[in-house]
Ligand binder design. Structure first.
Ligand SMILES: [Zn+2]
Length: 99
C-alpha cells in the first residue's frame, strides 16, 4: 500500500479497480499500475501543479507558460520576448552541458 503514496495521488482519487478521477477537472483516466498517465494529464491539462523534483529536476518551464501569461502584449513583441527567452535558455543550457 505504501507504494501508492506518490504525489500524484494528491490530485487523483481511485474510483474503481483500474480507474482514477482527476480532482481538478473530474476527468476519468485509466489507471494501469503506473502513475505516468496521471502525471501526463497533470502536465498537459494543469500546468500549475508541482510535484517533488525526483526525475524531473532538469525540466524547465515551457516557453508557452510565459507567453500565454502575457496576453496583453502585441504579437510582434511577444514573439521577440519568446525569442529572447529561448536564446537565453538555450545559451545557458549549452554552457552547463559543456561543464
Ligand atoms: Zn485534470
Amino acid at each position: 500500500m505504501a507504494s501508492k503514496r506518490s504525489n500524484v495521488w494528491k490530485y487523483f482519487d481511485q474510483v474503481s479497480e483500474c480507474g482514477v478521477e482527476c480532482k481538478l477537472c473530474q476527468m476519468k483516466l485509466v489507471y494501469h499500475k503506473s502513475t505516468s498517465s496521471m502525471l501526463n494529464h497533470l502536465k498537459l491539462k494543469h500546468k500549475t501543479f508541482s510535484l517533488e523534483p525526483e526525475s524531473e529536476r532538469h525540466e524547465q518551464p515551457l516557453i508557452t507558460s510565459f507567453t500565454s501569461a502575457r496576453r496583453h502584449c502585441d504579437p510582434a513583441r511577444r514573439e521577440r520576448i519568446t525569442a529572447l527567452i529561448t536564446r537565453m535558455i538555450t545559451k545557458r543550457h549549452a554552457t552547463t552541458e559543456l561543464r
